[in-house]
Design a protein around this ligand. Sequence first.
Ligand SMILES: [Zn+2]
Length: 169
Amino acid sequence: MMKDEWCVHYNGTVNDRCKADHAYADVMRPMTNTEVEALAERQRIASEEPPSRYGSSYAVPNPELFGQLNRVPCFLRNGDLRTCADCRFPTPEEIAEREQRLREYVAKVGNARHAIMEHIKAQGLLKRDCSGVIRCPVCGGKLHYGRAGSYNGHVHAECETAGCVSWLE
Ligand SMILES: [Zn+2]
């Protein structure tokens, strides 16, 4: 199977409009008969559910957006829907660039994590929960860290420098 790609303008359907200023609702293809039936079935179940103070788990908040992730042209896996004039998938060069950036970032996190572990070891705190600040080996800024040494050894860290490393394990 081909790897899925997103349109370069896609910013998540939590937003109403993409980066090219198209409303997702406007570029969605119409529902298929199967989707219309699935929606009707959901609404039927919702209407038969006993009332709950949390509302119905089957109710569709906005029926017009039902199945929207399958209906927007923004994902390669949805096929070429031709419902949006600006839909564009990344070029092989852009994909290669993105992967390069990702590799660089993973390497930065590896360096930062290594420095944190060396610092914790040097202090003899490997078996204890600890947190602190060290000089960031990536940018020289302040790297805040915490580690659950008494539990699972997970490390979380965040550098104060914007765009530098930040992660949670
Ligand atoms: Zn940093």
